[in-house]
Design a protein around this ligand. Structure first.
Ligand code: ADP
Length: 286
């Protein structure tokens, strides 16, 4: 996984230099001799249990001391077939659905279009103590909008700054923002799209418009490259996660979330009552 640097926002990220089939950060020693796929899958389960505990702590702290509560927001972006849904299912699936807020962003409704592009994003922000997952996000407003010319450059270009201001404010108010681009290759996308056409049970997932977007692959990569560079910040970092191998994708995302939680140094809140006295009461109440 690659953390995008914050020192040269004017230089687009060189996505071509990041191999979507690579597996950076995978502890090679541990997987030598084993099937890395099997190893990664069992690790995802193990880390998933840790994530579930961390999420519970996040929730409990916010419930007991709302003013000190924290929030985590994972923003997922990818080309079509990039694996957002699968990654969410396998990684976020380990957490308690009650503490999760997963929001998918499609084309804006007429009502949403009447508002600023961040309006629907603000409405979908996770409450304090929750883990939010954005399946697509405000970044579409500098990606598809730019590539398909849905708004002129004079409209989308100032959005980089608006996004940075927005995310900085979020972070300042106690939300840990982590942004991940699932980076797949054009060949892998072709295979996955073909699978959707071959398997009748997957036909519903295929959208002929996906082929139009595929035709603009280079324009999308350029739009991603600029958005990642301009909107990577210490408060809200961007990661490029090579995602051609699904088992690596899930492992790397789980690993990143574990690190994110570790930085928060969470613990279960102390009760504001005397536990021994309450136990005594219960034991003696007949
Ligand atoms: P997904 O491909 O994420 O599984 P969909 O098939 O519903 O889900 O696709 C969502 C579509 O919504 C994508 O084509 C995406 O480009 C589009 N979309 C999302 N946000 C915007 C936006 N702000 N403006 C225009 N189109 C958008």
């Amino acid at each position: 996984m690659w953390r995008v640097g914050t020192d040269s926002p004017d230089v687009p990220v060189d996505l071509g230099a990041i191999d979507p089939r690579s597996t950076p950060g995978l502890p090679g020693r541990k997987v030598t001799g084993d099937d890395p796929k099997l190893w990664a899958r069992s690790e995802v389960e193990r880390i998933g249990a840790e994530l579930a505990t961390q999420q519970e702590m996040l929730f409990a702290q916010a419930a007991v001391e709302p003013q000190l509560g924290r929030t985590v927001l994972l923003v997922l972006q990818a080309m079509d077939c990039g694996g957002k849904d699968g990654a969410i299912k396998r990684v976020a699936g380990s957490m308690d659905p009650l503490g999760l807020r997963i929001t998918a962003f499609g084309p804006p409704t007429p009502d949403e279009l009447r508002h600023d592009f961040l309006w629907r994003i603000r409405k979908a922000l996770p409450p304090t103590g929750y883990v939010g997952v954005f399946n697509r996000s405000h970044y579409e407003d500098v990606l598809v909008v730019r590539v398909n010319g849905l708004a002129p450059e004079s409209v989308w270009r100032p959005r980089y700054k608006k996004i940075n201001d927005f995310e900085r404010r979020l972070a300042g108010a106690g939300t840990t923002v982590v942004k991940v681009m699932l980076h797949i290759s054009r060949d892998e996308q072709r295979d996955r799209l073909m699978q959707r056409l071959i398997n009748p049970d997957k036909h519903w997932k295929f959208n002929p418009a996906d082929l139009d977007a595929r035709g603009r692959w280079d324009d999308y990569q350029a739009a991603y490259a600029e958005a990642l560079a301009r909107c990577a910040s210490d408060e809200a970092p961007w990661y490029v996660l090579p995602a051609d191998r699904k088992w690596y994708r899930d492992w790397a995302l789980a690993h990143l979330l574990r690190e994110t939680f570790a930085d928060l140094k969470l613990s279960y809140p102390q009760p504001d009552y005397d536990v021994t006295a309450q136990r005594h009461r219960l034991e003696t109440d007949g």
